[in-house]
Design a protein. Structure first.
Length: 105
């Protein structure tokens, strides 16, 4: 099931539907461009708190899941603790998988 989420993250990356890194994600949240933020479970506490506040303020769902290594590998980058999904369909499917449902298809 988790592999499906990684696969979707890879697909979203290739489709140009994600932003990654702290600065880019904060900017995307504030400009209302992201539909979902994923933050690594092993991200710094300060980072988690900052994103929790920004997401709450801008009404963007935030899911703490995976670890930095797995997130980075799934999007073909290194050392990324935060990624934002800026596509409604990808974000819905990823949320569904992470929350225990199945992806369509």
């Amino acid at each position: 099931m988790i592999n499906k989420a990684y696969g979707l993250l890879g697909l979203a990356t290739r489709a140009g539907k994600i932003v990654f890194g702290t600065e880019a994600c904060i900017k995307a949240i504030n400009s209302k461009k992201v539909k979902l933020i994923l933050i690594a479970t092993d991200a710094a506490e300060r980072t988690k708190l900052n994103f929790a506040n920004e997401c709450k303020k801008n009404n963007v769902p935030l899911i703490e899941c995976f670890n930095i290594e797995d997130i980075s590998k799934s999007i073909g980058q290194s050392n990324k603790a935060v990624i934002g999904i800026n596509d409604t369909n990808f974000s819905k499917e990823i949320m569904k998988i992470i929350n225990g449902g199945e992806a369509i298809g």
